[in-house]
Every structure is written in structure tokens, then in C-alpha cells.
Design a binder for this molecule. Structure first.
Ligand code: ADP
Ligand code: MG
Length: 675
């Protein structure tokens, strides 16, 4: 018996944890989605279709009917009218309760049914003799399977009773910000009086919600601000560079830096000279030339006598960086080391040993770089490309490794302003807002799948004229095996349809040597058409490829389409991206295709992406486990701004209140937020 009870408690605990409910404060801050008004009884004749209400009725009769499937039907009435209750799933105990003559309180929405007005699956209970009506609206909380509202309500009420709801903001501050007192707001939200405007409350525009939203944003800002200060307080080597190597690199390049590249480079160089760790994001649209800026930063670290590492999220991308940087840096007399999970055991061990002994100054690789075994005795600068593609754990691991090193993250996904003020507030940002000269913009075409033949002949013509083509396979999110099968079918089909062209294929399941061999052949123009999955999405740079076909473009996300399209338009040739789509198009797919068709500006696209998907999706928080804002809206820039200002003064003037606020809102989850 005792055992059974533990098991039950365990599942309850597990369910609560799934909702993020651990501490009393968590329960207190678990706020209702909506309310049900059980404070009044509505006469049946006043029931409005589709509006939930409470009724007090007497059961006339009940039966189990079979039309068409087994169901429990009860006829009930009050002084003003009658209706049916219908249960498609029910327990024998429920049937027993619904006896003729039973007095019930029921809650639900009345609809016009087959037999007249009815409520399907009403909530009901037998009403006691002198049972009074509740005095407050009944909260309905977000929950999870197997956890009923009654249990949640009980646990939350208990937590409310024993939790100190003292305000973390001073009365003066509340007043100047026009904010409701915390305990008033929280009590109201859990137990609103019946006379309140329920619609206002549920739309979350009520002042009580405003307070909660502010508090949530404040917690986020406090945490980010604190991380920022902690970082500034940590030491890092002030990298003093001779600029000899960077000058030599610049002299050897066939191009001059753009103004934006120069600006970003000098911002980075100045950070690297500081005695605390840089944490900077280099943000620039695809093709804006981030790699050369990274190379300059790496040289800076090497000149100062330190090691530097560049980490990329995929083998293909890491390999591309490796090749490019080797071409640039080896002529300067520097060795560039290569470290990925797919290296042979012996090669890997030797690379790790050389890095560990400090013999290798420049290392490029995948997340193999942050494995425990890899040690950098003199790491001065860590660079992460496409940082948002790494998971939280990897980002934390890198943080640990490079705790006292400078960090540069690179991303082609621009961060919208409100996100920059919140999730990324801990970063300094350099922006490459200018593309290198001589690029011709990519023309985007939307072509229905029905006209695939025309696309094939266009690919044929382009390749016969010496150009190359990417053919991107449809995305199949549910299954990697299916994805692979599709890629292979596409490959076979194109090879048949284009017999005089060489068709190659690259996908995620290939061994890394195989991938590298295919990519190298494509770079040498020995492959005309490269059939690829999204493994080519980031970073791949083959200027002679001027045509891209994306099959089932309607399945891809906006950022993905933008990244993919960025693979072409890298040479001087007029480039095109053909988005093949299949009908029927859903509303969201149509909206996405419209955006990508109309715009080539990464910022514009990111903004639309944010609008279509919401901020949580945008930052990949679903996968990363980042605690999202539950109540506040990041789009509410004014409130974010205010929270930011308050966070700053609070940390300075009232550190204890700041501490209490963080504890209430984030409990032990602060680490995740900073990853
Ligand atoms: P991304 O920002 O997408 O990583 P890359 O660093 O791969 O862009 O640069 C894209 C291409 O542009 C590369 O072939 C690179 O050598 C070239 N490039 C970079 N900077 C310049 C420049 N200032 N002028 C001309 N070409 C440049
Ligand atoms: Mg790149």
C-alpha cells in the first residue's frame, strides 16, 4: 500500500515537474488561462449558444442510447426549460448519479443538438442541501495529461496560503511605473471577484496581468544583466597584437574589406585588447563575408601568443572553414588543425595531444572541440559559427571551456530588436550590413510542380553554359530515413532526366570523407548538379553555382529558405533560385513563400519570420529548453525597455530585492537562460 502511494505521488510529482512546478513560488506564478463563472446560476431559458454557464437542474430521466455509438443521455430541466446532457465517454458511477430526481449543478456550453438544446460532457455534481455558490470566478489552469484542475487548484491554493507575496518593487517604484502591487495582482488573478470584466482579464490586458508581465521581463533582464556584470568582472588575457599577420593576410586577399567588415573588425580588435572576456555576436546576412573577419580575429589571438578555436555546427561547414582558412593562413607560415568526431582514432588523439601541448595555435572543427578530453592550455579566442544551431548543453560546454577566453559568435540570422534587448542582451553586436561588391542579386521564381519539365530544361541550359546547380530535396521532418530515400530517388531521377550532365548527391548520412569528396568535386566543377538535403544550408560557398532549385519549398521555414538561397549569388553571374511548390498551399506556407519571393533582405525576412512564428520558435527555444516568456510579450518593446531600465537601477541600489525577485521567478533555472 505504501509503495503504491509513493508511485502515485511520484507520477503526480512528475506531472508537476512537466509543468515546471517545483517550488511554492512556481505554483503561485502558475496563472490561469481563463475562468469559469460558477458564482451564478443561469436559468436554462437564458442560455446563450456557445457561452459557458452554470445551471441548476433536476434529472428527468437518463438512458444509454446507441445512436450511432454507445452514449449516455440525460434529460434535465429547471423551472424555465429543459435540455439534454450527452456523454460519449462515461463511467458507470456517472450513470448512477444521473438518476431521475437528482439535483445537479452543471457547467458547460449549450449547443443545438439533434434532439434540441444539449450540453456535451458538462461538468456536474450533485448539489448539496444548503450548498452555497462560490464567491470567486473559478480559475482554469494550464495543465498536462493526467493532472486535473481540482488537484492543481488545491495545490496552488495551498502554495498561495503559505508563500510570502511581499513585493520586490518598492511602493514608490510601483507608483511611478503605474503597476499594481504584486500580492494584489497575484491574488486577483487566481481568485477574481465575479464583478470583474472577465474578457479584459482573459485578454491579459488587465492591470494585474501587466504587473505579472513586467515582473517576468524584469527577472529576465536582471538575470542577463547579472551575467553581463559577472563576465565583465572575470579576467581574460588582453590580447596585444603586432598586426603583422593580419596585415599580411589582408595584403594577400584578392579583395578589399567592405566598410562594414572594417568596422566589425575594429570593434572586435578593440574588445580583444580588453582584460575581460569579449562576448560579441558578428551578425551578417549570408554572403556578407563573416569568415574573413573571423580569420583576422584568429590571427590577432595568435599574434598575441594564444590559441584560437573555431567551431561550426556541421562537418560540411567546418570542413569549408578549414579549407578556406588553410588557404589563407598556411602561406603565412601557420598550421591549421582539424578536429571532428569522424577523424580516425589515431589522428584525433594526435590532434588533441598537439592542442593540449599548446603546439597548435589554430583549431577548426565541430563540437568535437568541446569534448572533455580536449584541453586548450592557452585559449585566447573561441569562435562559434551559426551559434544558434548548437544545443544548450553544447553552448554551456563551450562557455565552460572558454570561461576566460574571448568569444565571438557568428550568425546569418539577424536578431529582431526586442529579442536583442532580451534574450541576447548579454551580447555586444557587430553588424555586417553591406554585401561585398560585384554581387548580382538572386532572382527568385515560384514555379508550380506541374512545370517541373521547364525547370529541368533550365537546369540543363545553365549547366551546359558552364554554370552549376544545387537541387535541394524536399524536407521530411518526421523521418530521416524517408528523407534519405527521397534524396536518393531525386538523384536517380535527375541522373536519368539529365543524361549528359554529371549529377552528384550529398546528405547527412554520408561518411564525412564521402561528403568532403563530393563537395570537393563540386568545387572543381566535376559535378554539374548537386542533389542535396539541407546539409548545404549553412556556409557552403561555391561561387560558380548560380542556380538553385528547392523542391517542395512550401515545407521549409523562412530562415531555412533564406539560408539555402544564400548559397547562390556568390559569383558575378546572374543567379536564380527556383522554388518548386506543390498545391494545395496552406495559409502559412503561402505567407512564407510570399515573403521569400518579395524580399532578399535577411532582416526583413527575420522580422516576418518572427511575426509568423512567434519569438519562441524563432530562437529555437523549443529544442533548446530555454525558458520562454510565459506571460509577457516580447513584441511589447516599451515594457521590455522599462524592465531593462529598472533592472539596472535595482541591481545597483537594491541588490537584495533583485535577488528575491530572481529567486521568485527563476528559482534554480537561471543557468539555462544564459546558455
Ligand atoms: P558568410 O558571411 O555568409 O559566411 P563568407 O565569409 O563565406 O560569407 O563570404 C562569402 C564570399 O565572399 C566568400 O567567397 C568570400 O571570400 C567573399 N568575400 C568576403 N569578403 C569580401 C570582400 N570584401 N570583397 C569581395 N569578396 C569577399
Ligand atoms: Mg559563413
Amino acid at each position: 500500500m505504501a509503495e503504491k502511494k509513493t508511485a502515485a505521488t511520484n507520477t503526480l510529482a512528475a506531472r508537476l515537474v512537466r509543468l515546471g512546478l517545483r517550488t511554492d513560488a512556481d505554483f503561485v506564478l502558475h496563472l490561469p488561462l481563463r475562468y469559469e463563472d460558477e458564482t451564478r446560476i443561469t436559468p436554462l431559458c437564458d442560455a446563450l449558444p456557445g457561452v459557458a454557464a452554470q445551471f441548476e437542474v433536476e434529472v428527468i430521466d437518463s438512458e444509454i442510447a446507441y445512436r450511432p455509438r454507445r452514449q449516455l443521455l440525460a434529460r434535465v430541466s429547471d423551472a424555465s426549460g429543459s435540455l439534454s446532457l450527452r456523454f460519449l465517454n462515461f463511467y458507470p458511477s456517472q450513470q448512477k448519479v444521473l438518476q431521475a430526481g437528482a439535483r445537479l449543478r452543471i457547467f458547460g456550453e449549450v449547443h443545438d443538438g439533434y434532439l434540441g438544446p444539449e450540453i456535451i460532457h458538462p461538468r456536474f455534481h450533485v448539489v448539496g442541501d444548503k450548498e452555497s455558490l462560490p464567491e470567486r470566478l473559478t480559475p482554469v489552469y494550464p495543465t498536462t495529461a493526467g493532472l486535473g484542475q481540482a488537484t492543481l487548484r488545491r495545490l496552488i491554493a495551498r502554495a498561495l496560503e503559505r508563500t510570502d507575496l511581499a513585493d520586490t518593487l518598492s511602493p514608490k517604484l510601483c507608483e511611478s511605473l503605474c503597476l499594481t502591487e504584486f500580492s494584489t495582482a497575484i491574488t486577483l488573478l487566481h481568485n477574481p471577484p465575479p464583478e470583474i470584466a472577465q474578457a479584459l482579464l482573459e485578454s491579459r490586458h488587465h492591470p494585474a496581468w501587466r504587473r505579472v508581465q513586467f515582473d517576468e521581463l524584469l527577472a529576465q533582464q536582471l538575470s542577463l544583466r547579472r551575467a553581463y556584470t559577472a563576465r565583465r568582472a572575470r579576467g581574460a588575457p588582453a590580447l596585444r597584437a603586432t598586426t603583422k599577420l593580419s596585415k599580411a593576410l589582408l595584403a594577400s586577399l584578392p579583395f578589399r574589406l567592405t566598410g562594414a567588415q572594417q568596422r566589425a573588425w575594429s570593434e572586435i580588435a578593440s574588445d580583444l585588447g580588453q582584460p575581460h572576456p569579449m562576448q560579441r555576436l558578428l551578425q551578417g546576412d549570408v554572403g556578407s563575408g563573416k569568415t574573413v573577419v573571423a580569420a583576422l580575429a584568429m590571427l590577432h589571438a595568435v599574434e598575441a601568443g594564444y590559441q584560437t578555436a573555431l567551431m561550426a555546427p556541421t562537418e560540411i561547414l567546418a570542413e569549408q572553414h578549414y579549407r578556406k582558412l588553410a588557404v589563407w593562413l598556411e602561406p603565412l607560415g601557420l598550421e591549421v588543425a582539424w578536429l571532428t568526431g569522424s577523424l580516425k582514432k589515431r589522428e584525433k588523439a594526435s590532434a588533441i595531444a598537439k592542442v593540449g601541448a599548446g603546439e597548435t595555435a589554430i583549431v577548426i572543427g565541430t563540437h568535437a572541440l568541446i569534448e572533455d578530453k580536449v584541453e586548450f592550455p592557452r585559449l585566447g579566442l573561441a569562435i562559434v559559427d551559426e551559434q544558434h544551431r548548437f544545443g544548450v548543453r553544447q553552448r554551456l560546454a563551450l562557455k565552460e571551456k572558454g570561461l576566460f577566453a574571448h568569444q565571438l559568435a557568428m550568425s546569418a540570422t539577424p536578431i529582431p530588436r526586442t529579442l536583442a534587448m532580451s534574450y541576447y542582451a548579454d551580447l555586444d553586436v557587430s553588424v555586417l550590413d553591406e554585401l561585398p561588391p560585384g554581387r548580382s542579386p538572386v532572382t527568385t521564381k515560384l514555379v508550380s510542380e506541374a512545370r517541373r519539365d521547364q525547370v529541368i530544361s533550365r537546369v540543363h541550359d545553365a549547366c551546359r553554359a558552364g554554370r552549376q546547380t544545387y537541387w535541394v530535396c524536399p524536407l521530411i521532418e518526421e523521418s530521416e530515413t524517408l528523407q534519405l530515400k527521397t534524396a536518393e530517388e531525386t538523384f536517380a531521377r535527375l541522373a536519368t532526366e539529365l543524361p549528359d550532365l554529371r549529377v552528384g548527391m550529398v546528405h547527412g548520412r554520408l561518411k564525412s570523407e564521402e561528403k568532403a569528396a563530393v563537395m570537393a568535386a563540386f568545387v572543381r566543377n566535376e559535378i554539374h548538379v548537386l542533389v542535396a538535403t539541407t546539409v548545404i544550408e549553412v556556409g557552403v560557398d561555391v561561387p560558380n553555382a548560380s542556380l538553385m532549385v528547392i523542391e517542395h519549398a512550401e515545407r521549409f521555414g523562412l530562415a531555412q529558405l533564406h539560408q539555402l538561397r544564400g548559397r547562390v549569388g556568390r559569383g558575378t553571374e546572374q543567379s536564380a533560385c527556383i522554388l518548386l511548390y506543390a498545391r494545395p498551399l496552406g495559409e502559412l506556407a503561402r505567407a512564407r513563400l510570399k515573403v521569400i519571393y518579395e524580399s532578399t533582405d535577411g532582416f526583413e525576412i527575420a522580422r516576418e519570420d518572427l511575426r509568423l512564428r512567434g519569438p519562441g520558435e524563432f530562437i529555437g527555444a523549443r529544442q533548446s529548453g530555454l525558458p520562454l516568456l510565459r506571460y509577457a510579450d516580447l513584441e511589447d518593446a516599451a515594457l521590455v525597455e522599462r524592465a531593462r531600465a529598472v533592472a539596472e537601477t535595482m541591481l545597483r541600489d537594491e541588490p537584495q530585492a533583485a535577488e528575491a525577485h530572481l529567486k521568485r521567478w527563476l528559482g534554480g533555472r537561471e543557468e539555462l537562460l544564459k546558455a
